[in-house]
Design a protein around this ligand. Structure first.
Ligand code: NAI
Length: 326
């Protein structure tokens, strides 16, 4: 039996947690022969609900679940963790401006970055799901100076998966036919889902679809606004699909991406495609537990304008939280 991998999940008593934990424990994230120890964090008032979730995890008798920790202390939750899924965040309340949301979450991700810096495995892979995910990941990264900045990532995979299905449905193919899609930028309504390098059954997706009106008036807005559409329909934000995307993100990071394809991850920008000092959605390939940004893709004026717009928003978010960075 392999040594268990320690996986921290924050906001574990929440909606996404309720979909995520059972799939991690079943082996969907790290593979069918990899035992896991779940280290679950939530705030003190949510601990009774978290205990209920833990009772259900116990009742599944998952063969791969080698232990469970439940706590309201980040230093306990992050002790020696190999993977940290930062899902818990402060939702936007009535009358709360974007600035207030950034501030409230800034405090959470400052503390969690520091705790990771102090007690997590030196190779910890961090995925921030809680919104605003890219900027929260940036704050955690900046507050963890002893960890490799490359190990702080934000979730763009739900956007990526949403776009895959839109293209598959438009072209009448299975999602497996669609490859090399990218969602550039921020996990927000400025994100830019890019089909110009995507392929459907090996053919260029933009050329195959050849429908600029659909691209501009349907595809891009549908992907950008999908989160809001789900809230409108369900009365709650996407949870099972968000958990699924988190599983996909970590599985590819740890176990690799398939040959001839790439995925979107929010990762630190170090000049790639002209962007810097933010966490940006990029096309990446993964191998041996490391990701690499796909370089050298051509960028048309149409794409550049949209990539610059989402970069501008991320730069403004970063500037609004500058005072929280160590
Ligand atoms: P939820 O409100 O059901 O659960 C959030 C949980 O986090 C609650 O149990 C709460 O007690 C906990 N929490 C709050 N502050 C915390 C802290 N400081 N430390 C630990 N736990 C804390 O929310 P849900 O639906 O599970 O969503 C979680 C986050 O994920 C939200 O910020 C949401 O906007 C975001 N999200 C991100 C997506 C993405 O694609 N990046 C997609 C969908 C949701």
């Amino acid at each position: 039996m392999k040594k268990p991998v320690r996986v921290a999940v924050t906001g574990a008593a929440g909606q996404i947690g309720y979909s995520l934990l059972f799939r991690i424990a079943s082996g969907a994230m790290l593979g069918p022969d990899q035992p896991v120890i779940l280290q679950l964090l939530d705030i003190t008032p949510s601990l009774p609900a978290l205990n209920g979730v833990v009772m259900e995890l116990d009742d599944c008798a998952f063969p791969l679940l080698a232990g469970i920790v439940q706590t309201d202390d980040p230093k306990v939750a992050f002790k020696d963790v190999d993977v940290a899924l930062l899902v818990g965040a402060r939702p936007r309340g009535p009358g709360m401006e974007r600035k207030d949301l950034l501030e409230a979450n800034g405090a959470i991700f400052t503390a969690q970055g520091r705790a990771l810096n102090e007690v997590a495995s030196r190779d910890v892979k961090v995925l921030v799901v809680g919104n605003p995910a890219n900027t929260n990941a940036y704050i955690a990264m900046k507050n963890a100076p002893d960890l490799n900045p490359a190990n702080f990532t934000a979730m763009m995979r739900l956007d990526h998966n949403r776009a895959l299905t839109q293209i598959a449905q438009k072209t009448g193919n299975a999602v497996t036919a669609v490859k090399k899609l990218t969602v550039w930028g921020n996990h927000s309504s400025t994100q830019y889902p890019d089909i110009f390098h995507a392929e459907v059954n090996g053919k260029n997706a933009a050329e195959l679809i050849n429908d600029q009106k659909w691209l501009e008036a349907e595809f891009i807005p549908t992907v950008q606004q999908r989160g809001a559409a789900i809230i409108k329909a369900r009365g709650l934000s996407s949870a099972a699909s968000a958990a699924n995307a988190a599983i996909d993100h970590i599985r590819n990071w740890v176990l690799g991406t398939p040959e001839g394809d790439w995925v979107t991850m929010g990762v630190p920008a170090n000049g790639e495609y002209g962007y810097n000092d933010i966490i940006f959605g990029y096309p990446v390939t993964c191998k041996d537990g490391k990701y690499e940004i796909v370089q050298g893709l051509s960028v048309s004026d149409f794409s550049r304008a949209r990539m610059d717009a989402t970069y501008k928003e991320l730069s403004e978010e970063r500037d609004a939280v500058k005072h929280l960075l160590s």
